[in-house]
Design a protein around this ligand. Structure first.
Ligand code: TLP
Length: 343
């Protein structure tokens, strides 16, 4: 099976599993797991932040970042197709009591002007804008890279209005691999940054929240416990994360090349509509037009031929490349697409 549903489907390699088996561990709720502490220090340093906290998932990282920077009854600016809006089960409302203010970006990228327009006036009647969240790369936008200059312009607006910023950097390292910009050049524009180890980096579990503010880290640790994310001998998982950061960032370029390769082949299929210029990283979004099969039937037909992808609404589909898919498998998948979609 060639699994292009997500980069979350990657399995730990033998070398990663060896690192996990060897990990020195302790009780992380006491802050005594040396491997977790090492991972946190390493991630903080890479992102140019003072501290980081290891958490079980990207969703928890986002939700803790919202919880520690807002009060119930306040508002958070988010992009309308962001993971926080679409895929976190309404957690910001349920767990932080905040309202989300959706702004529709171009392939997920908002502009500083849009942010200015979305910030509520500081009058006695308006809800208070407490936080601005960006997503880089933007998943539903198609793995879109936020131009650093756009982030910097949004940052200037946020500073002027004294509003903190959070980055959902689940795939920040894809942006880093594609642009060769240092991770800190992105991260320095945000009070909190989350990154995922369990997507293109190939670890089985885990995300981190990084910040310069020790009060925020203390709060995040407390709420992590409240949310049930306080882990014990988590060094076994952190070891996978350390391995991922040490070995799997450089190779993300291969996934980007494979995504482009797949997109070029999809473009040859008459029923497929795709813009090659819109494939920035490892996510390929395309439409299948006027096909006799429904999206569900198409996905089933592809699965029958050994290729898995996700339908993402309407006539759109998402294929994601990752470290468990080789260039040869991309070619095989493309042949399956041609066969199934060509009919
Ligand atoms: N994304 C998953 C699904 O939940 C959609 C995927 O297959 O792409 N931020 C972003 C930008 C994400 O894409 C994801 C996961 C998360 C946060 C949440 O990470 P987890 O799944 O670890 O909670």
């Amino acid at each position: 099976m060639i699994d292009l549903r997500s980069d979350t489907v990657t399995k730990p390699s033998d070398a990663m599993r060896k690192a996990m088996a060897r990990a020195e561990v302790g009780d992380d709720v006491y802050g005594e797991d040396p491997t977790v502490n090492r991972l946190q220090d390493m991630a903080a340093a890479m992102l140019g932040k003072k501290a980081a906290l290891f958490v079980p998932s990207g969703t928890m990282a986002n939700q803790l970042s919202i919880r520690i920077q807002t009060q119930p009854g306040q508002e958070v600016i988010v992009e309308s197709k962001s993971h926080i809006v679409r895929y976190e089960q309404g957690a910001a409302g349920a767990l932080s009591g905040v309202q989300l203010h959706w702004v529709s970006g171009e392939r997920g990228i908002m502009t500083a002007e849009q942010i200015v327009a979305a910030i509520r006036p500081k009058d006695p009647y308006s809800i208070r804008t407490a936080l601005i969240c960006l997503e880089n790369t933007h998943n539903a936008g198609g793995g879109t890279i936020y131009p650093l200059s756009t982030i910097e312009r949004i940052r200037a607006v946020a500073v002027r209005h004294e509003i903190p910023m959070h980055l959902d950097g689940a795939r920040l390292f894809n942006a880093v691999a594609a642009t060769t910009l240092p991770p800190a050049s992105y991260a320095q524009n945000f009070e909190t940054v989350s990154v995922c180890l369990s997507k293109g980096l190939g670890a089985p579990v885990g995300s981190l929240i990084a910040t310069n503010d020790s009060t925020l880290i203390d709060k995040a640790r407390r709420y992590r416990r409240m949310y049930g994310g306080g882990m014990r001998q988590a060094g076994v998982l952190a070891a996978a994360g350390i391995y991922a950061l040490e070995h799997n960032i450089g190779r993300l370029k291969e996934d980007h090349d494979n995504a482009k390769r797949l997109a070029r082949k999809l473009q040859q299929i008459p029923s497929v509509s795709i813009n090659l210029q819109h494939v920035d990283t490892n996510i390929v979004i395309f439409d299948v037009i006027d096909h006799r099969l429904s999206p569900t039937a198409l996905v089933a037909a592809l699965k029958h031929e050994g290729v898995l992808i996700n339908p993402i609404g309407g006539s759109s589909f998402r294929a994601v490349t990752h470290l468990d898919v080789s260039a040869k498998q991309v070619d095989e998948a493309a042949e399956v697409f041609a066969r199934v979609l060509g009919n």
